[in-house]
Design a protein around this ligand. Structure first.
Ligand SMILES: NC(=O)c1ccc[n+]([C@@H]2O[C@H](COP(=O)([O-])OP(=O)(O)OC[C@H]3O[C@@H](n4cnc5c(N)ncnc54)[C@H](O)[C@@H]3O)[C@@H](O)[C@H]2O)c1
Length: 249
């Protein structure tokens, strides 16, 4: 019951690591707010967590719309009274999400706008909205999701790589600097390939495999727990050693 009486808001909470975060925090006693654009998946995830039983609510919004982000924050605070942990999980690489598989210069330019809007601006929007609440509370932790692609580049996924690099450096560090006087920490978790979908198994690592989503979520839980209180303004690459690997193929 590590997170009893804590409220955790998770974007991208209706799939993959976001949903797994929701499940794990709920099992540890937290009140959970799942935010996602996919209403059908969101309703299903909320019903599953509610049946534990646990306190959970879903907010269906597109995180690219700042006014909706503010509404989501306000709904969470109205229902649960605080937001103690924000996990900015919503995101994805533009070539996969937009099904555009040409080279960078051959793909339509709007997929790069899309990627920067979701992966980078969406996280900044939520950080901005939730920081107001956390500053008032004088406590909080904000988690960003980086990626090995933010470290090594992404060839065709230029928007995704740029967004993840920005989250891993400028955004995480800036929010940690600002947040210090409000007792708000900001930490980035940057995974290598994770088996939230089978295709990730083909990405090479020194470990010879992709990560189980639980391995990444366990780190998020640790960083946001009492044991992680000394961790701030930094990025954890959890990539099976890929970042130091020769012959990545
Ligand atoms: N899976 C991997 O191998 C991997 C590796 C490195 C980093 N990451 C990052 O980790 C995070 C989670 O990855 P995952 O594979 O678990 O994700 P996922 O694709 O399973 O889920 C992403 C969720 O975000 C939601 N979403 C997308 N756009 C949105 C929008 N505009 N507004 C609201 N919700 C939106 C989707 O509906 C979906 O439910 C992402 O930021 C991803 O970039 C994933």
């Amino acid at each position: 019951m590590e997170f009893q009486n804590k409220t955790v808001l998770i974007t991208g909470g209706a799939s993959g690591m976001g949903y797994l975060c929701g499940q794990c925090y709920a099992k540890e006693g937290a009140k959970v707010v799942l935010v996602d654009v996919n209403r059908e998946a969101l309703d299903k995830c909320v019903a599953e967590i509610a049946a534990y039983p646990a306190e959970v609510m879903g907010v269906c919004i597109d995180i690219r719309d700042y006014s909706k982000v503010v509404e989501a924050r306000d709904m969470a605070v109205e229902r649960f009274g605080s937001i103690d942990i924000l996990v900015n999980c919503a995101g994805g690489a533009e070539t996969r999400v937009c099904n555009a598989h040409g080279e960078f210069h051959q793909n339509p330019i709007d997929i790069y706008d899309f990627s920067i809007d979701v992966n980078l601006k969406g996280a900044i929007y939520f950080g901005h909205a939730v920081m107001a609440q956390m500053a008032e509370q004088k406590s909080g932790v904000i988690i960003h999701m980086g990626s090995i692609t933010g470290e090594e580049g992404g060839s065709t996924n230029v928007g995704y790589a740029a967004s993840k690099s920005a989250l891993m450096n400028g955004v995480t560090k800036s929010i940690a600097q600002l947040g210090a006087k409000y007792n708000v920490r900001s930490v980035c978790i940057a995974p290598g390939p994770v088996l939230t979908r089978p295709g990730m198994a083909s990405m090479k690592t020194m470990a010879g495999r992709a990560a189980d989503p639980q391995e990444i979520v366990d780190m998020i839980l640790y960083v946001t727990s009492k044991k992680g209180e000394f961790i701030n303004g930094t990025t954890f690459l959890i990539d099976g050693g890929r970042n130091v690997m020769f012959n990545k193929g």
